[in-house]
Design a protein around this ligand. Structure first.
Ligand code: TXA
Ligand code: MG
Length: 308
């Protein structure tokens, strides 16, 4: 049983940047403060994820969702019809969106959901924070519908586990991307296509697989800076920004951001998208020092190669 003290402790842990396993009506989530890059980096470390997928940000209600994402047209209709519930809506970030750039993997859109589970609701209200939470499984394993399924997560940063028994829906939320009057199904899940189409009074679009990832009108699937990117550099040019790593930073006259002076991979992951974003605004080209493939380094290098 989850007590009010458990909720209060978990809310405090979130404010301290720690991880909390929380039930939702779909599956258990591994939650962190969605406003903090450092806290969100802990999720990837615990899941041992070889890549940074954008995460679902859970909020208490539509008002809280509207601080982070822009709800117009179909997005508003779907939110009113299905929240709280097993529907995640991908919408454009608001200009003032304070969500961690790591949580959204640098995208201009954000995935938002208001969960219906009473414990998730209590935690969101007690913490008064948006909670970024992927399913609480190790990368590549099935999503957990009960606490016994959590095995394998690296639990050194997990401060609280809220055990509320088996989850009701048992499959993950349905994900729909909303763009003006267009709604596209990204992942089938707890709410059926038919139920969504009944509200839309139109068929849901299906995502086209394209090898041009950021074709106009299509959903961006990964972060693409305007600046061109050079990887594994051993020297820099004057018009570049330098994305550095470790103690031995290359000599460079232009803008520099160091992902982690001490060589800490979790710190580097936390800084990755924010620093890329800043350098993108300050330079036409970004030179990236070599980053070892250890731990979260693999995910960092994967994202840098895709951005390059
Ligand atoms: O039921 C659920 O949805 C569970 C519970 C905990 O809420 N969460 C969950 O999260 O399944 P996760 O991280 O395992 O799956 C999130 C999916 C990923 O496939 C990701 O690519 C997609 O959401 N996603 C997140 N943000 C996105 C965005 N801005 N654009 C497109 N897809 C996005
Ligand atoms: Mg998952």
């Amino acid at each position: 049983m989850v007590t009010p003290k458990d909720i209060a402790d978990a809310a405090r842990a979130l404010h301290e940047g720690k991880l909390v396993v929380m039930p939702t009506e779909t599956v258990y989530g591994l939650g962190a403060n969605a406003l903090s890059d450092e806290a969100v980096a802990g999720i990837y470390a615990a899941k041992q994820r070889p890549e940074f997928n954008p995460l679902i940000v859970h909020v208490a209600d539509i008002d809280a969702a509207e601080k982070l994402g822009a709800f117009k047209g179909v997005a508003k209709r779907l939110a009113r019809a299905f929240w709280p519930g097993a529907l995640t809506l991908v919408v454009p970030k608001t200009p003032k969106c304070q969500a961690s750039r790591l949580a959204t993997a640098g995208l201009k859109t954000i995935a938002l959901r208001v969960p219906a589970h009473p414990i998730a609701k209590m935690l969101l209200n007690a913490a008064d924070l948006p909670i970024a939470a992927p399913s609480a499984n190790v990368s590549g394993k099935l999503s957990p519908t009960r606490i016994e399924h959590l095995q394998g997560l690296d639990d050194k940063n997990i401060s609280a586990v809220l055990d509320a028994g088996a989850t009701e829906v048992g499959v993950e939320s349905t994900i729909v991307a909303c763009n003006g009057d267009k709604a596209t199904l990204l992942r089938p899940g707890g709410i059926s296509r038919a139920d969504i189409e009944k509200v839309l009074r139109a068929p849901l679009g299906t995502q086209k697989k394209s090898n041009k990832p950021n074709a106009p009108g299509q959903l961006e699937s990964h972060y693409a800076p305007k600046a061109s990117i050079r990887l594994n550099v051993s020297e820099t040019a004057p018009n570049e920004g330098l994305l550095a790593f470790g103690a031995a930073v290359l000599a460079h006259a232009g803008p520099v951001r160091n992902l982690s002076p001490s060589g800490d991979m979790q710190e580097a992951a936390a800084n990755l998208f924010s620093f890329l974003h800043e350098l993108d605004a300050e330079a036409d080209r970004i030179a990236v020092m070599t980053i070892p493939d250890e731990g979260l380094g693999e995910a960092i290098n994967d994202r840098l190669r895709r951005a390059a």
